[in-house]
Design a protein around this ligand. Structure first.
Ligand SMILES: Nc1ncnc2c1ncn2[C@@H]1O[C@H](COP(=O)(O)OP(=O)(O)O)[C@@H](O)[C@H]1O
Ligand SMILES: N[C@@H](CCOP(=O)(O)O)C(=O)O
Length: 293
């Protein structure tokens, strides 16, 4: 059994806790019943001893497997991780979604993606990462009565993501503590209108409009101050022709949407100016959660 989940970039500027999209960078897990419990990790986290035992995946997997089967069973898990941790690319969402889906598969219970998404919401109480992680593509999402309601837009091949990933980790819950406790009516209206315009621009494929629509007054500035080079990253990305340039999730990664034909040039500029950061050009992912039986 093999289950994989893509990385995500959430918020997309003004859409705090509501907008997100999936990129083609995946965490995969293979597992099968075994006499003894074991965890092997390849890629991101392979040198982190804390992940070898009862990590976030194992805790959620066991909770669901026991609930669904009323049995105890050991498994051998092998993780192939591509998503860097605490960099704003949705590593925790990928793990949560993967654990919920794996437990259902291990129990022999087939459920809809929507059901998996609603289970994932229990562990991550904003829907902007978990929705594209499950569904793929661009998603606008909200939560009502503990359920996610969302709309998906398939992203075309001729736009790409150029992500620039600093070494510095930014833990999401810590990064939420630097945000203002309240917002003025002017700023609320600013973000509301920019979010509405962003969603319409994605659905109408008006990528150029995103340069303006993706402006934000809720969270980016406060978070970027924790790593001030990010202001220069955004400036260089826009000067080089990026269609939008936003803090990815809670950071520290910066997400840039670009036309395919500009991707190499923009990526090279970012590599030249910020040699200490890692720059990757990625396709968008329209599949989300993939289960291979
Ligand atoms: N591959 C993984 N395996 C186990 N736990 C993981 C993995 N990736 C992330 N996590 C958990 O999620 C935490 C990171 O969550 P968070 O700070 O929200 O980062 P991100 O912005 O990448 O989602 C890690 O400290 C770890 O507890
Ligand atoms: N809306 C959340 C998104 C967090 O994304 P992550 O990839 O950093 O976990 C927030 O802005 O806190």
């Amino acid at each position: 059994m093999e289950i994989s989940v893509p990385a995500t970039s959430a918020n997309l500027g003004p859409g705090f806790d509501s907008l997100g999209l999936a990129v083609d960078l995946r965490n995969k897990v293979e597992f099968h019943p075994s006499k003894f419990f074991s965890v092997s990790i390849k890629g991101e986290g392979e040198n982190n001893p804390r992940l070898k035992g009862n990590n976030l995946f194992i805790g959620i997997f066991n909770e669901h497997y026991t609930r669904l089967t009323k049995k105890k069973q050991n498994f051998k898990f092998t993780f192939y991780n591509q998503i860097p941790m605490s960099r704003g690319l949705g590593s925790s969402s990928a793990v949560i979604v993967s654990a919920v889906a794996s437990a259902h598969e291990a129990a022999g219970i087939r459920v809809s993606k929507r059901r998996i998404l609603n289970h994932a919401l229990v562990y991550e109480n904003h829907p902007d990462n978990i929705t594209p992680a499950v569904m793929g593509g661009f998603n606008a999402a909200t939560v009502e009565k503990n359920k996610v309601f969302s709309q998906k837009k398939h992203l075309p091949d001729y736009i790409k993501a150029v992500v620039i990933i600093p070494n510095k980790q930014m833990n999401t819950s810590r990064s939420r503590t630097v945000l203002p406790k309240s917002y003025s009516k002017d700023n609320a209206v600013y973000n509301l209108s920019h979010t509405a315009l962003s969603v319409a621009s994605f659905f109408n494929e008006d990528w150029e409009m995103l340069r303006l629509a993706s402006h934000d007054r809720f969270h980016q500035k406060a978070r970027m101050k924790m790593l001030p080079e990010l202001f220069a990253v955004q400036k260089v990305a826009y000067e080089s022709g990026a269609l939008m340039s936003t803090l990815s999730g809670s950071g520290s990664t910066f997400f840039n949407m670009v036309y395919d034909e500009d991707a190499a040039m923009i990526s090279n500029k970012l590599k030249q100016k910020f040699p200490e950061f890692s720059v990757k050009t990625l396709d968008f992912d329209n599949n989300g959660l993939i289960i291979e039986r």
